[in-house]
Design a protein around this ligand. Sequence first.
Ligand SMILES: *Cc1c(COP(=O)(O)O)cnc(C)c1O
Length: 398
Amino acid sequence: MKEQTKLVTTGRHPERYSGLVNTPVFRGSTILHQSMAEWEDKKKRRAADEHGASTYGRFGTPTHHALEEAVAELEGGFRSQVYPSGLAACATALTSLLSAGDHVLLTDSAYSPTRGFLTRVLGRFGVEVTIYDPTVGAGIEANIRPNTRVIYVESPGSETFEIQDIPAIAAAAHRHGAKVVMDNTWGTPLFFKPFQHGVDVSIQAATKYIVGHSDAMLGIVTCTEETWPLIKRTTQDLGQTAGPDDIYLALRGVRTMNVRLRQHWKAGVEVATWLENRPEVEKVLHPALPSHPGHELWKRDFLGACGLFAMVLKPASPAAVEAFIDSLQLFGIGVSWGGYESLIIPFNPSGDRVAAKWPYTGQALRLHIGLEDPADLIADLEHGFETLKHADPQLLAV
Ligand SMILES: *Cc1c(COP(=O)(O)O)cnc(C)c1O
């Protein structure tokens, strides 16, 4: 079946729900059983890890199981588990696989709250973290120690957009008995197939493109058959679950993901290409542009691009950059991404980076290209650049 068709059919069981097209929102804590025999049977099926055999709301309702079924199929993994946020998914995946005395290799391009969790929380429990250059590729092997259990990858980084050579990193990890955990939020389950490239655990901040409308928070971890029991056990030990209303919104988002993402991809490339030719712009960091240092790897491993990328402005005064951002009408100022609306946010990676030096001096800005007409977004940015130049007369010369 083609992916577009899978998005429509996956995780749906109308025959179980009076013929309703969508799995309803099931709210519940207690799950009643008709007899002791049914209770014992359910417990047995749950112990045997039968998907959907739940004895309590925390272990999921049919709403939870529908989304888990859908994402496992789309990511191409064995099983998925939902979490109340993307960061909860990252934190639980890492807690599942790491113990005191273990060593983890973390890409310098990782989502910074994930870095914070590893260093601040797991660090307190005796997990050692080494930050590596995201572009290291097969060279990662030199960083692997006898106690390295996890290599954490995020490709591309969601601020700095380095593409990682995941198959090379996975091959090195597996030679040394380490697992590869990937934050696959940018690639989405449609544009990067983690398990075909050697990933052992894949994470989606479903808050982004799966929910797709900036109206719910959710995370999902998808596993191989080998990593699933550990993730599941730890998830239950930590009491992790998510609300069925948010999950319903994510399931609704799944159905339109292909059409939305193809539009984000096309419009994102159009705006990025236009920006690349602007004299005020030092560099555009978009993996689908041939000028991107990771473009060849992106072409080899990815099936598309989402609407998130960055640009670095030529050096301009902070007041001029502020005037530029403030002048934009169609770009909201805010974090997160993956909704239908365009966003812009300044960032400064130079302070955090330890393994891969950030080479730019101008202001870096992350853009999310939403579902507006790209011509309107370009006109908005063009007007913004006029404001920028007038606020910084030196730039008028460029
Ligand atoms: C947003 C984000 C997360 C965290 O997701 P939340 O739902 O906000 O907790 C994790 N990784 C990446 C790459 C993200 O962009």
